[in-house]
Ligand binder design. Structure first.
Ligand SMILES: N[C@@H](CCC(=O)N[C@@H](CS)C(=O)NCC(=O)O)C(=O)O
Length: 222
């Protein structure tokens, strides 16, 4: 099988500092896509403009508009679309199934608990309630234990297989906020997960999308 990927060309409507946007920007960098950024200022409500609603009916970021006219919203769908045929998706059926399992865990269990903490501690769009934070933290720790257990029992550096895949990538935008969410101590007694996160965060794709120069270089010309 020939591994392709990277042939994508288009514009990503995104907020460079939003978690879901970072998921997609990281994939686009990983596969070497030819992409431009249309920055959407969430604080100014630009995600609710008529132009945005035409491409993302919920008025959220990110959304993809390909040079071929293909449009797509939902960060995980864009992530999967961009990664097709690339090294981010294992060729083996079982490895791919394990990748899908951890992506589903992220979406179904990890993100719902993590985001409640993030909304309270960082975005402040939900009023701070320490009891609720504790409950979400306890629930989140179950998933952190499962991730730690997976890495430890497999002896692998990444979640699905020996290579970095979407299973790892999909969590990165949230782990990057662990400091701001006062969750970094959860890694103290989970050494395999801490090492995994250091490995992921050191990827050139991630360092690039987190760097200030990224916006200047990627901004779409009007
Ligand atoms: N499930 C969606 C979530 C999109 C989402 O909630 N985006 C946030 C930024 S991470 C947003 O646009 N918030 C602004 C708003 O809701 O008005 C995805 O994965 O794309």
């Amino acid at each position: 099988r020939i591994r392709t990927g990277g042939g994508m060309q288009g514009i990503l409507y995104a907020s460079p500092i939003s978690t879901c946007s970072r998921r997609v920007m990281c994939v686009l960098q990983e596969v070497g896509a030819d992409w431009a950024l249309k920055p959407i200022d969430l604080g100014k409500g630009q995600q609710k403009s008529a132009e945005m609603l035409a491409i993302q009916p919920y008025g959220k970021v990110p959304a993809w508009h390909g040079a071929d006219g293909f449009m797509l919203f939902e960060s995980r769908a864009i992530m999967q679309y961009a990664a097709q045929g690339s090294d981010l998706v294992p060729v083996s059926n079982t490895e791919r199934a394990i990748m899908d399992q951890w992506i589903s865990v992220e979406y179904s269990y990890f993100a719902p608990d993590f985001l409640q903490i993030y909304y309270m501690k960082v975005l402040k769009k939900v009023s701070l309630d320490e009891m609720k934070i504790q409950a979400h933290r306890t629930a989140l720790e179950k998933t952190l234990d499962l991730l730690e257990g997976r890495l430890t029992s497999s002896g692998l550096p990444y979640l699905a297989c020996a290579a970095f895949t979407l299973a790892d990538l999909t969590y990165m935008c949230y782990f990057a906020q662990f400091g701001a969410c006062e969750l970094l101590d959860t890694l103290d007694d989970r050494p395999a997960l801490a090492a995994w996160w250091a490995r992921c965060a050191g990827r050139p794709s991630w360092e690039y999308i987190m760097a200030n120069r990224m916006c200047e270089e990627r901004i779409a010309k009007e």
